[in-house]
Design a binder for this molecule. Sequence first.
Ligand code: UD1
Length: 416
Amino acid sequence: MEKLIVNGGKRLFGQIKVDGSKNAFLPIMAASVLCENEVLLSNYVDISDIACMGEILKSIGVEICLNGREMCLNMTGIKNEKITHDLCKKVRASIFLLGALLGKFRKAVIAYPGGCKIGARPIDIHLNGFKTLGVKIVERHGYIYCDGQNMKSGNIILPFPSVGATESLMMCACVLDGTTKIKNAAKEPEIVDLQNFLNKMGAKVSGAGTDTIEIVGVKKLHGGSYCVMADRIVAGTYLLAGAIAGGEIEIVGSDPRHNESLISLLKQTACQISFNNDKIFLKADKRLCSLPNIQTMPYPFFPTDLQPQMMVLQSVSDGTCFLQENVFESRFGLVPELKKMGANIVVNGKVAVINGVQKLYGADVFASDLRAGAALVLAGLVAEGYTTIDNVEYVDRGYEKIEEKYRLLGADIKRI
Ligand code: UD1
């Protein structure tokens, strides 16, 4: 098991480029299954969740080649195989294959998805959506058997704007006869990116980014090339790194509008922040003030995927913060680890009350999930002395060689 060791206290300076978005790349890889021949995706990022998705696609006959920042998927040998538990348990995004395979073959057998343990993460919204489209579903022995022979377009109202369910249903509906509407759809930028990809391959999808998505079915999707959007959560993590460690950083390559909620919060903390086109500039030269109330909510509000990193900023800010997690039930996994480092946090149900301390101290800590791991690295950057982050493979699920990125900004961090 690899570890990251951070010698804290170095301020961060310089420019950092944001790579492709994990949460856009994964559904687009799955949606490629619907396409004929070849799909060429650029802005590829070398992270383990994408590698796991690649393994799943290979298991059903998709050929995958990597060339620098490009991934080529060749669908000519694709077959409708059962997707096994061994493959699905590694990544939550395996569930996207349900929509893509149903669209392509009108049938799919897939094991329950795995992924980070941040809550119960049921898939009822996905399955009920498919049932509305006429799919017969039997759940047995850990597998979901889906028969879509009589599938037809329809109107689906989601009880909650689930990102994954919206995406999986979009994929399936784009090759069904007639028009499907998804209401109370998720509005995340990654959904707009999926819509753009599908449309580039010949689909007729509109409305992504609003709460109603309309999909006019086409016979099939052709192949082609597509550049996947930059990762707004990685960009947000870098911004928070700058705010926590102090210094002056410029983040390049991601759309600042995708991080509007974070930027507006950071503006209230007394750091300097500005942006134009695809650049965000942040300067923090003193201890920041706490934000009294922060709540996670679906986009366009503050994202749950930045909540642990924000918790670290609040842990070292001046004042008290009530941080409420509304999206996942178990997303305070880093609290005991931050407490080892000297943080003052009390959790009461969905709310963490964080009394900012002057200093965190290095300690041996354990990453309980992807974003908790990324947040502990940020805590290590500002802590006095050495912090060792164990279970770094969680961080590698969503951040490419994170230690190299922070080293470029002047951090003292290495992997052992
Ligand atoms: C996606 C992101 C993840 C992010 C999350 C919320 C990907 C690959 N992952 O995950 O990084 O944290 O959106 O922004 O894009 N729910 C149900 N039943 C369902 C589906 C979801 O109850 O069928 C619940 C979940 O347990 C959770 C909430 O809805 O409490 C949000 O989940 P969802 O939006 O579906 O997140 P994911 O697509 O899993």
